[in-house]
Design a protein around this ligand. Structure first.
Ligand SMILES: [Zn+2]
Length: 424
């Protein structure tokens, strides 16, 4: 299945390359985007200062024993342009009136903060036994120590902490994780292998060429390709897609594996389709309708919201009847209220690690009976459904119900502000 998807991506890329390689000299592809216009591609919109209250802050984190990659500022801006474009175009295609994510600007340019670490790279990554949790904790705590806790900000940290040497995929110590902190803050850390000269251009046009360049990267395996010497564009897709995915987590989105092209599933690996003019809408990587509806209420996405609304929705979650073995549905009852108005709700199956439904909410009080489809239930099987609500002004809350088939309700939590959770 995975191989087949990769093959489809490669086939589509080859069609575009006929145009792209004719237009951009191979020697210029990785660094410069000047020359004839690329054909058959969708040029992402350059980052613009949307002047909203909630911004993404771009951060480049460099340990003491590492040199910053050349032109890191231009590279991060060019790279992020693609990330922002994926958000904006998917949401506007679904009918949400938004300019997408907004970024910190100064003097008319997006700002990239250089943060010099206090330690060497191994201190953060745990090398040679690379440790994801350690990397997450050390980098996020040091960045927040130096720049402060994100307030009305999502921090996107490119960490220069990966290593050379053999790796099953990408580079040793490669990392990508995102965490929702609150309606007003989040943080994501990604490895800066994606800023390497062979994978990241200094211009948007140069990066667009990289996204369709099938030159093998010697000895390296892209996550979406799974074979050594993967084509360059596979790494670029994984990189842009991973950042879109992790930013999705910082904005409160859970995984959604219901469709192969969902960006909060593995659809992020098919990113170059989003920049091919010929891609039919149904073949585009995207946020699911349920995740997009939730996202559209985020304070980092909505064009307008009432910042004085600090109260999160309140709700209770209960089982209507005790499920029996063989049942293919489970029905839950939800009573939700919000002082200023509800926005949307998401249903997430923790065991299957996927969103299983969602809907728009309106008004200040809603009583829902929600029937979720399941594979035929087994005696003693444990079920855990998490429900997330967001109000019309972006405040969120969550509740989880855990129960066993023909057994007791194990736990119910509810009416809490959405809990922070770091997700790869
Ligand atoms: Zn994830």
């Amino acid at each position: 299945m995975v191989c087949m998807r990769s093959c489809v991506t490669r086939m589509l890329a080859a069609v575009i390359l006929l145009g792209a390689s004719a237009a951009v000299p191979a020697s210029a592809r990785a660094t410069e985007g000047d020359g004839e216009p690329l054909v058959g591609v969708v040029m992402p919109r350059h980052l613009q200062d949307l002047k909203r209250s909630h911004k993404v802050r771009l951060i480049y984190f460099v340990p003491t024993d590492r040199e910053p990659t050349a032109n890191y500022e231009q590279k991060i801006i060019a790279f992020t342009t693609f990330v922002a474009d994926v958000f904006r175009r998917d949401l506007t295609a679904k009918g949400y009136a938004t300019g997408g994510l907004d970024f910190e600007f100064a003097k008319g340019r997006p700002v990239v903060h250089m943060v010099k670490g206090d330690h060497d790279a191994a201190y953060y990554s745990g090398a040679p036994r690379h440790d994801r949790l350690r990397q997450w904790q050390t980098v996020t705590s040091e960045v927040q120590g130096k720049l402060g806790h994100p307030e009305r900000m999502v921090y996107l940290v490119f960490a220069e902490t990966y290593d050379e040497g053999p790796a099953e995929v990408e580079w040793p110590g490669a990392h990508a994780q995102g965490m929702y902190l609150s309606a007003d803050s989040g943080i994501a850390v990604v490895s800066s292998w994606m800023l390497r000269d062979e994978l990241c251009a200094t211009t948007v046009k140069g990066q667009l060429a990289n996204l369709f360049d099938s030159t093998p990267v010697p000895g390296r395996t892209a996550m979406g390709y799974r074979h050594p010497n993967s084509p360059r564009f596979e790494f670029v897709e994984d990189a842009i897609g991973a950042v879109v995915h992790e930013l999705g987590h910082t904005l409160g989105l859970p995984h959604d594996n219901r469709h192969a092209l969902n960006l909060m599933g593995s659809g992020f690996r098919f990113l170059n389709r989003a920049f091919m003019a010929s891609t039919p809408a149904e073949h585009l990587p995207r946020f699911s309708e349920d995740n997009a509806r939730f996202l559209s209420r985020s304070r980092f996405i909505a064009e307008q919201f009432d910042a004085t609304d600090v109260a999160a929705p309140k709700f209770s979650l209960s089982l209507v009847t005790r499920p029996k073995p063989g049942d293919q549905t489970v029905t839950y009852e939800i009573d939700a209220t919000d002082d200023r108005g509800l926005g949307a709700i998401l249903y997430y199956d923790q065991a299957a690690d996927t969103v299983v439904g969602g809907q728009e909410l309106s008004g200040t009080s809603v009583k829902l009976s929600v029937t979720l489809a399941q594979k035929p239930l087994l005696a003693g099987q444990q079920l855990a459904i998490q429900v997330k609500t967001i109000d019309r002004n972006g405040a969120t809350s969550w509740a989880t119900i855990q129960h066993t088939v023909e057994g007791p309700v194990l736990s119910t939590s509810g009416q809490s502000p959405q809990a922070p959770s770091a997700r790869p």
